[in-house]
Design a protein around this ligand. Structure first.
Ligand code: ARG
Length: 255
């Protein structure tokens, strides 16, 4: 009888440890805490929303995401990937959510679900200080326009001026380098990164005429309504208590 009990007990213990090891939580967080992991995909080439300081991804999105994860009692894991890999990765469940200064568009809403918006952006045009391009009206199908691949700047520029006018680069910073090297006539990119790039490089300016106004939000797999609802609730509190504004001020207004 004792022996039988021992075998049953052993069997139960094996089952229990098996279940524990195969649960998502334990797979992803190899630390003592039992917190579930919230895996966030971003593209850390987009100051001040996300950029790298050493190996660490910092910026507005990184800090807002951390505040959301804290509220949900989850451990945030940030994965830095190419911008145009974020939505496919979120769709396939590789990442729980995507946050990358990402604009809500009707086309993207066909692939993913978006949270409430937490920030707004404007597509701006960067030119060399002595450029003949004075406004968006000076752009045409014979312009050479630098953009970051897969961004709304890329999509709008192709729509308005044709694919031949648009040079797609992996990073916004590469497009800016192409502008400095005279390989493109302008760069279309979101206004805050535009400001950061102009500040970091001599001889560039941003045109006064903005190109398009947009809303940033966090994206989720369409069927992950549970997480989206939880994140929206957390975001609402963080906006209401001023946390989001404080983070924005730290990176933008307080310069
Ligand atoms: N707002 C633009 C878009 O959604 C650009 C975002 C680029 N973000 C980034 N982290 N590189 O397409």
């Amino acid at each position: 009888m004792k022996k039988f009990l021992a075998i049953v007990l052993a069997a139960i213990m094996i089952c229990v440890s098996f279940v524990a090891c195969s649960s998502k939580t334990d797979d992803k967080s190899n630390n003592d805490s039992q917190q579930a992991t919230l895996t966030l995909a971003t593209n850390a080439e987009f100051p001040p929303y996300e950029y790298k300081e050493g190996d660490e991804v910092i910026g507005i999105d990184a800090e807002v995401a951390k505040a959301i994860a804290d509220k949900l009692g989850m451990k945030l894991e940030i994965v830095d990937t190419k911008f145009d890999s974020i939505i496919p990765g979120v769709q396939s469940g590789k990442y729980d959510m995507g946050m990358a200064g990402m604009t809500v568009t009707p086309e993207r809403e066909e692939s993913v679900a978006f949270s409430d918006s937490y920030a707004t952006g404007i597509q701006s045009i960067i030119v060399k200080e002595d450029s003949d391009i004075k406004s968006v009206d000076d752009l045409s199908s014979s312009s050479k326009i630098g953009v970051q691949l897969g961004t709304t700047g890329d999509i709008y520029a192709k729509d308005d001026f044709g694919a031949d006018a648009v040079a797609e680069m992996d990073k916004g910073a590469d497009a800016v380098q192409a502008l400095i090297a005279g390989k493109v006539d302008c760069v279309i990119i979101d206004n805050e990164p535009a400001k950061a790039f102009v500040k970091a490089n001599e001889g560039l300016k941003i045109l006064d005429t903005a190109y398009a106004q947009e809303d940033y939000a966090i994206c989720f797999a369409k069927d992950n309504t549970e997480l989206k609802d939880k994140v929206n609730a957390a975001l609402k509190e963080l906006i209401a208590d001023g946390t989001v504004q404080k983070i924005v001020d730290k990176y933008i207004n307080a310069e």
